[in-house]
Design a protein around this ligand. Structure first.
Ligand SMILES: Nc1ncnc2c1ncn2[C@@H]1O[C@H](COP(=O)(O)OP(=O)(O)OP(=O)(O)O)[C@@H](O)[C@H]1O
Ligand SMILES: [Mg+2]
Length: 364
C-alpha cells in the first residue's frame, strides 16, 4: 500500500518536474508577494532583462518599467489581480542596457483560504518582434497616406504656379522700365523656391519604374558628397567617402536615391555642432546587394527620440520640418531596401541602408 502511494507520488512529482521544466523553457516566470516584491524569477527572466537573479530578488517590478504605460494601465492591472482575477496584457519592459522588449503577460493571483491573494505568479512570452513588425506596418501605412496626399496637393499647386511664372515672365518682357527688373527677379526667384519645395513633396509619390536605371552607387555618392561638402565645410565638418571594393551597381531612381543621401548627410551635419568627420562606407552585401553606412560624430539620438524617428513632422530642430527621414524611409522601401538608425546619445549616429542588387536580366 505504502509502496503504491510512493510510486503515485513519485509519478506526480515527475510530472510536476516535467511541467516545470517545459514552462521554464517556454516562458519568463516570476513570483511576487502581495506588495509586488519579487521572490522568484526563472533563468529566462534574467536572460531577457539582463539582470542577475540577486539584482532582481527583493526588488519591485519597477526595475524593468520602461515608463511607456499610463498610470491607469497599472491601476487597472493591480485592481484586477488584487481582486483575485487573472490579468492579461502586453507590457513594454526595459532591460538593464536600456533596450526595450515587449512581453505578452499573464498574472495569476494565488489565493489563500479566505480567497485573498498571497502571491502573484506571472508568465510572459516575448513578443518584441511582432510588436516591431506591427509598428513598422502602422508607420508605413501612415507614410503611404501622407505621401499620396502630399503628392496630390503638390500636383495641384504646380499647374497654377507655372501659370503665374509665365505671366510674370511675360509682364517682365513687356515692361520697358529697367528699374522694375529687380522686383521681377525677386518674384521669379521666390516662385522657383516655392516650386522646389513643392517638388520635394512630389518625391513622396511612388517612383515610376521607368525612372529606374542602373547606377554605380559609389559614383552617386561621390556626386552627393561633393554637393554637400560646401555646406559641411561651413560647419567645420568633413565628409570622407571611403574607397569601395568592386563596382556595385544598383537599379534605382537616381534623383530619389540622391535625395536620401542628401537628407541623411544633412542630418549628420546638423548634429555635429562642433565639427568632425562624416564617414561614408559602401560594403558589398550578400547576393551583390549593398550596405551603405553614414557614420557621424554628432550629438547622437536619445532613446526616447529614437522611437519616434521617421514619424511625419517629428523634429527636434527649431527650423526642421521633420520630413527628412520619413522621405528617406519611403524611398528606400520603394527600392526594396531597409533603412536603419543606430545611435546612442553623445556617441554619434550610424545610418545603415541596405539596397538589393539589381535584378539580373535573363538574356534569351
Ligand atoms: N544623424 C543624426 N544625429 C542626431 N540626430 C538626428 C540625426 N538624424 C536625425 N536626427 C533626429 O531626428 C529628427 C528627425 O530627422 P528628420 O530628418 O526627419 O527631420 P529634421 O532634420 O528635423 O527636419 P528636415 O525635414 O529639415 O530634415 C531630427 O530632428 C533629429 O532630432
Ligand atoms: Mg533632416
Amino acid at each position: 500500500m505504502l509502496k503504491e502511494t510512493m510510486t503515485t507520488l513519485e509519478l506526480a512529482l515527475q510530472q510536476l518536474r516535467d511541467i516545470n521544466y517545459s514552462l521554464d523553457e517556454a516562458c519568463v516566470v516570476a513570483v511576487t508577494d502581495v506588495k509586488g516584491n519579487i521572490i522568484f524569477v526563472n533563468q529566462k527572466f534574467c536572460d531577457i532583462s539582463q539582470y542577475a537573479r540577486n539584482e532582481l530578488l527583493g526588488q519591485n517590478h519597477r526595475i524593468i518599467n520602461s515608463g511607456y504605460h499610463s498610470q491607469s494601465f497599472w491601476k487597472n492591472m493591480w485592481h484586477t489581480i488584487a481582486n483575485g482575477k487573472i490579468w492579461r496584457g502586453e507590457i513594454r519592459n526595459q532591460a538593464k542596457d536600456g533596450s526595450y522588449y515587449w512581453m505578452d503577460t499573464t498574472i495569476v493571483p494565488l489565493l489563500n483560504a479566505e480567497g485573498k491573494p498571497y502571491r502573484y505568479v506571472s508568465f510572459r512570452v516575448d513578443i518584441t518582434e511582432r510588436k516591431q513588425a506591427e509598428e513598422f506596418l502602422r508607420r508605413s501605412e501612415k507614410i503611404t497616406v501622407l505621401g499620396q496626399m502630399a503628392s496630390a496637393i503638390a500636383h495641384e499647386i504646380r499647374n497654377p504656379l507655372a501659370a503665374i511664372k509665365m505671366t510674370v515672365e511675360l509682364m517682365r518682357y513687356n515692361d520697358a522700365n529697367p528699374e522694375d527688373d529687380n522686383q521681377f527677379d525677386m518674384i521669379l526667384s521666390e516662385l522657383s523656391r516655392v516650386d522646389s519645395i513643392v517638388g520635394e513633396f512630389l518625391v513622396l509619390a511612388r517612383p515610376h519604374e521607368e525612372n529606374f536605371t542602373d547606377h554605380d552607387i559609389h559614383d552617386l555618392l561621390e556626386v552627393v558628397v561633393s554637393l554637400m561638402s560646401i555646406q559641411a565645410a561651413r560647419n567645420n565638418v568633413k565628409i570622407a567617402l571611403e574607397p569601395t571594393h568592386g563596382k556595385p551597381v544598383i537599379r534605382c531612381d537616381e534623383n530619389q536615391m540622391k535625395q536620401v543621401f542628401i537628407n541623411v548627410i544633412k542630418n549628420a551635419i546638423e548634429a555635429m555642432q562642433n565639427g568632425g568627420t562624416i564617414t561614408v562606407q559602401v560594403e558589398i552585401a550578400q547576393n551583390n546587394g549593398v550596405i551603405l553606412r553614414f557614420i557621424d560624430q554628432g550629438s547622437g539620438i536619445p532613446e526616447e527620440v529614437l522611437d519616434k524617428l521617421g514619424e511625419p513632422f517629428f523634429t527636434t530642430k527649431e527650423t526642421g520640418t521633420g520630413l527628412g527621414l520619413m522621405i528617406c524611409q519611403k524611398i528606400v522601401q520603394e527600392h526594396q531596401g531597409t533603412f536603419q538608425i543606430h545611435s546612442q546619445a553623445q556617441q554619434g549616429t550610424t545610418v545603415e541602408i541596405f539596397l538589393p542588387a539589381r535584378r539580373q536580366e535573363t538574356t534569351a
